[in-house]
Design a protein around this ligand. Structure first.
Ligand code: PLP
Length: 354
């Protein structure tokens, strides 16, 4: 029996058309060179930039390629702070943001900003707070663990009313939900959509000033130095951005879904009270199902999810969250089969504990 891959929110398998688009550019010219090989690479990058920027809802000239969603978010936040010349000192980050956003905090503090975490509700969704004197606010478009969608347009409105700039980490929504036009800085990644790993993009509106974190060479409008990865960028440009994710709902006896309102159709996050995610995931892996806890795994043991902790769950509960996520090659049949297998495995774990 084939394995069932339900971890697209971590990464999606490479799409065949993306692989095809990458192959000619694995051995490309340097896009900064003036000769034929360089001009060909430049043209491939420009075609990809045209497609990615259109899918993001940004102008061609407002869209730069990076090494992925992590670098793009770092550039959005730290690059903004480095380029900021105004008097404001507050930067607010959602408490349930991805680590690539949260871990900019020490650097921001060194740059003289005060960093505040925006409290989140039980579904991991940041609550509106007072934004007076904020310079920048970062609230993701949808949470990568729980799948909770944030109203990015409403956030943009609030942030702008306070006179601040708004960054939305759109890694999980890109290609699935439109990025609201009021978002000032949006960051995305290719590999959650069947594109290659190691390439992402940042869109930033005219008037937003970002200082480079990687300097030298002057590439990407002098905001992101380094010879462009032509193959990865061409692959990113070949992702079909308009596919429809199969809706994921697993009817799991005893399972408590974390998000009941407004969630990404492809992410289903659930807890089985009393069952540790780690043991469940190991058993599921043996049964041929790939899922995850959504939280980072270090030193071989699963840490309590910072998202669930921020959402007010206890340490023990924050170790119970399991995330199933579908993507471009998931099928309804797989989802049904996974539902039955997960129910059986949970029942077995629970019966052993009695
Ligand atoms: C919400 C979110 N932001 C950022 C990232 C980081 O993207 P990348 O893996 O391309 O660095 C991820 C992926 O793990 C994510 O889910």
């Amino acid at each position: 029996m084939n394995r069932i891959y339900l971890d697209h929110a971590a990464t999606s398998p490479l799409r065949p058309e993306v692989r095809e688009a990458m192959l000619p550019w694995l051995d490309s010219g340097n896009a900064s060179s003036q000769h034929a090989e360089g001009r060909a690479a430049r043209q491939a990058i420009d075609i990809a930039r045209e497609r990615v920027s259109r899918a993001m809802g940004f102008e061609f000239a407002e869209t730069l390629f990076t090494s992925g969603g992590t670098e793009a978010a770092n550039l959005a936040i730290i690059g903004f702070a480095l380029g900021y010349e105004g008097p404001r000192r507050r930067i607010l980050l959602g408490a349930s943001e991805h680590h690539c956003v949260l871990e900019t905090a020490p650097m921001l503090r060194r740059l003289g900003f005060s960093v505040e975490l925006i409290p989140v509700d039980r579904e991991g969704r940041p609550e509106f707070v007072d934004l007076t004197d904020a310079a920048l606010v970062s609230v993701m478009h949808a949470n990568n663990e729980t799948g909770a969608i944030n109203d990015a347009a409403a956030w943009a409105e609030r942030v702008h009313a306070a006179g601040a700039a708004y960054h939305a980490d759109c890694v999980q929504t890109f290609g699935k939900l439109p990025i609201p036009s009021a978002v000032d800085i949006a960051t995305v990644s290719a590999h959650k959509l069947g594109g290659p790993k190691g390439v992402g993009a940042i869109g930033f509106r005219a008037g937003i000033k970002l200082k480079p974190l990687v300097t030298g060479g002057g590439q990407e409008r002098e905001v992101r130095g380094g010879t462009e990865n032509t193959a990865n960028i061409a692959g990113f440009g070949a992702v079909p951005f308009d596919f429809v994710n199969p809706k994921l709902h697993l009817d799991l006896p005893g399972g408590v879904p974390t998000v009941t309102s407004d969630r990404l159709p492809g992410i289903f996050h659930v807890r089985f009270p009393g069952v540790q995610a780690e043991s469940l995931l190991i058993r599921l892996d043996r049964e041929g199902i790939s899922a995850s806890a959504g939280a980072a795994c270090s030193s071989g043991s699963l840490e309590a999810s910072h998202v669930l902790l921020a959402a007010g769950y206890s340490e023990a509960e924050a170790r119970e969250g399991v995330r199933f996520s579908t993507g471009w090659n998931s099928t309804a049949e797989e989802v049904d089969r996974a539902g039955r297998l997960v129910s059986d495995v949970v029942a077995e774990i629970q019966s052993r504990r009695k």
